[in-house]
Design a protein around this ligand. Structure first.
Ligand SMILES: [Zn+2]
Length: 216
């Protein structure tokens, strides 16, 4: 279901909008999404100063990805009410047991005010800004791939996976080479940290890059 291009819906008006799989009167869906055979899902978007979502499905998870920053994603479990979606341009889809069961829908929500967003302070991103990693550098590519792979699973990406992803972009680097780059970047960004806590080193870099991407 993921292969069809997403439909676009403008949700800037105030009020609410029901997305779902079923045409019946009881479901009273405003936007019917194509569904995998046997799937039933329904969610309500509340529009106003904030965009809220209530996932009214019984077993389908609602996934939302910020299209301006695909690492930002939210998963509303079935039954989860009033989840505030912190981005205005997102892609919605329903999943059961990890399987996509709906077509994807692109949502243009109301523009959010600056106060709504969490804005990281300058201090919290100063170490990576100081590095001045150019876009075309291997260090930047390693960090990009680390962040993208980690966003997919929510767990720190392995060097093997990162090396494979880099290969697809035409950057030839072994897993050992990825390790060395990450060690080097970590030492430069966090010179005071000597703990080298397992797993956290990568997540610390991911967290830092994410902050730097939304910082002013
Ligand atoms: Zn129905």
């Amino acid at each position: 279901m993921a292969s069809t291009p997403p439909r676009r819906v403008d949700v800037t008006r105030d009020g609410s909008l029901v997305l779902g799989s079923c045409h019946c009167v009881r479901c009273s869906v405003d936007i019917t999404l194509r569904a995998a055979p046997g799937a039933w899902f329904r969610a309500e978007l509340h529009l106003g100063d904030d965009l809220w979502i209530s996932n009214l499905s019984l077993d389908a998870e609602l996934w939302l990805v910020d299209l301006e920053n695909p690492e930002l994603r939210v998963r509303a479990p079935a039954g989860h009410r009033r989840l505030v979606v912190p981005f205005e341009f997102s892609e919605a889809s329903f999943h059961v047991g990890g399987c996509a069961v709906s077509e994807r829908l692109t949502l243009f929500g109301p523009e959010q005010t600056e106060q709504v967003r969490s804005m990281p302070c300058d201090e919290s991103v100063s170490s990576i800004k100081r590095l001045r990693l150019g876009k075309g550098t291997i260090g930047a590519a390693v960090l990009d791939e680390l962040c993208a792979r980690t966003a997919e699973t929510g767990r720190p990406a392995s060097s093997i996976d990162i090396a494979e992803g880099l290969g697809h972009r035409g950057v030839a680097l072994t897993a050992k080479g990825v390790d060395r780059h990450l060690d080097h970047l970590f030492r430069r960004c966090f010179p005071e940290d000597t703990s080298r806590a397992r797993g956290w080193k990568r997540m610390a870099l991911v967290s830092l890059v994410r902050r730097s991407r939304v910082a002013p």
